[in-house]
Write a protein of this length. Structure first.
Length: 51
């Protein structure tokens, strides 16, 4: 979660593929959607293993 826009945290023209970015201010719905997105990606093996 960041107070910066997505453009402010881009590296070499793109976000890190493992980054689950939420820009503030955010809504509860946006947070829930992002949590489900990350959980689904984890289950599909897109994020590797938790450390």
């Amino acid at each position: 979660m960041s107070g910066y826009t997505e453009d402010a945290i881009v590296y070499n023209g793109r976000l890190d593929a493992r980054l689950a970015f939420l820009e503030k201010p955010l809504t509860g719905d946006a947070l829930v959607r992002k949590v489900w997105e990350v959980l689904d990606a984890e289950q599909e093996g897109q994020w590797g293993t938790a450390s």
